[in-house]
Design a protein around this ligand. Structure first.
Ligand code: FAD
Length: 436
């Protein structure tokens, strides 16, 4: 399909991936319809949606993601700040702790933004909904995707209003984008149409997230926007405290391999006290909690290898968590979704090209997440000698980065998806690691 005749695109799912790709497709399609089971006409605000239960937990938007969102929706950062988000530097204003070391804070020139996931998503939704070519249809279940008789091309989607007695309704489309998240049914549908489903790569870490809000401002975090404490081998638990809108801070605690944080007051605070470093426990001691903690369990990282399929129907793309869902501990999902959405601009009608072009965008964060998880001996997965070597190198790098701002910046650029993981192996950095 060329630019001519690109009339109607239907995006299934109005999460971050679906909204951002809808905004991109509005440049080349006459009409873009976004369908979601949740009602979508609420105001920009703080309420998490049922369809996005992870919205109750801390969401970091990496520098790479903020950059793309700003490109796609110019002025977004200023608007978000006006609505109560806080901005700063990704390293100078964020205390990042890895392998038990607080990395040396220093300016990097990369922006970090601290805000709640519902606020970010509802802001992006309001911007995309304001585009004249975009229509949001909330309150509809996606119940099917239609193919032509020869099953070579997707020709639309079927949706059903979430009201008893409603009937399924076809929505014809030149392009359907599956952005329904981790539970995507595209692999099953491909099999029903006679296609090979994508191979699945999976690393199970059985992570449990518990989160609640406190009445705390930036001053309680020593002036930082967020404090992030990663797990260590000796203490495989982690936590985040991040300032948000309306004078609140969210505290998210997590544990891997079934060691999940409790949600009762005493258990939550006791778990915080067992993190590798005391910063989160110190910040919440004596602070006023604003709600009850809620738990979310996530299996780990799952990647569907659509890029390796030899046959795929025309008129269909898969994006966001439906394509690859990462262990949330690394904070990558929204940023990768934004990077993928930007790629849909050139490759919207050509699925093989789209999957080929997003492959390197997924490779690097996949390497970061799975490489980090394989540090834990109980996580099942291949550990080539190179990976063991790299993990040993990284633990030395983290120790040295506690004092060396060149190393802490290099590491933070990789975790923020603005530099590739291999950049950490540059000889000049390796020398500093060895000396450190
Ligand atoms: C606990 C947790 C913490 C996380 N923390 C971070 C973080 O710090 N930083 C970060 O960048 N990412 C984080 N992520 C990942 C991030 O939430 C996602 O990667 C990101 O939101 C992109 O998801 P998506 O839009 O592809 O899917 P989703 O956000 O899951 O959206 C899918 C949408 O599809 C709709 N839908 C699904 N099925 C249907 C259907 N049949 N009919 C109609 N509608 C349907 C749902 O209602 C939903 O709105 C975290 C994830 C979890 C689980």
């Amino acid at each position: 399909m060329g630019d001519q005749g690109a009339e109607h695109a239907v995006v299934l799912g109005a999460g971050m991936a679906g909204l951002l790709v809808a905004g991109v497709l509005a440049d080349s399609f006459e009409r873009v319809t976004v369908v979601d089971r949740d009602e979508l006409d609420g105001p920009v605000g703080l309420q998490p949606r049922r369809g996005v239960p992870q919205g109750r937990h801390a969401h970091a938007l990496l520098a790479g993601g903020l950059r793309v969102i700003e490109e796609l929706l110019p002025g977004a950062t200023d608007d978000l700040v006006a609505g109560g988000a806080a901005v700063g530097d990704v390293l100078d204003d964020v205390r990042f702790c890895a392998n038990g070391h607080a990395l040396k804070q220093a300016p990097t020139g990369l922006s970090a933004i601290a805000l709640s996931r519902p606020f970010l998503e509802s802001y992006v939704r309001s911007r995309v909904a304001a585009l004249p070519k975009v229509t949001l249809r909330g309150g509809h279940d996606v119940v099917g995707i239609d193919v032509n008789d020869a099953r070579t091309r997707v020709v639309g989607a079927r949706v059903q209003r979430r009201i008893e007695g409603s009937e399924a309704e076809p929505i014809p489309a030149d392009l359907v984008v599956d952005a329904t998240g981790y539970g995507s049914r595209t692999p099953r549908r491909l099999a029903e149409w006679g296609y090979e489903p994508p191979a699945q790569e999976r690393l199970v870490v059985d992570i449990g997230y518990a989160s609640r809000h406190y009445r705390l401002g930036r001053e309680s975090l020593g002036g930082d926007l967020a404090i992030i404490i990663g797990p260590t081998l000796a203490h495989p638990r982690g936590g985040v405290i991040q300032v948000q809108e309306q004078g609140r801070a969210i505290v998210t605690l997590f544990g891997v391999l079934g060691d999940h944080p409790p949600v009762d007051d005493a258990g939550f605070e006791a778990f915080a006290a067992t993190l590798p470093l005391p910063f989160v426990a110190d910040a919440i001691r004596g602070a006023t909690a604003l709600d009850e903690a809620v738990l979310y369990r996530h299996p780990g990282s799952t990647r569907l290898r659509y890029d390796r399929l030899r046959r795929f129907p025309g008129g269909l793309l898969v994006i966001g968590d439906a394509l690859c869902s990462f262990n949330p501990m690394y904070g990558q999902g929204m940023t990768v979704a934004a990077l993928e959405a930007a790629k849909a601009r050139d490759a919207y009608g050509d699925a093989p090209r789209f999957f080929r072009e997003v492959r390197p965008l997924v490779d690097a964060p996949w390497q970061v997440a799975t490489g980090g998880d394989l540090m834990f001996p109980a996580v099942q997965g291949p550990r080539p000698a190179m990976l063991r070597l790299v993990n040993r190198y990284l633990s030395r790098l983290h120790a040295a980065a506690a004092h060396d701002p060149v190393l802490s910046e290099a590491f933070i650029r990789v975790t923020n998806l603005v530099a590739p993981p291999q950049s950490l192996l540059r000889p000049a950095l390796a020398m500093r690691v060895l000396r450190g």
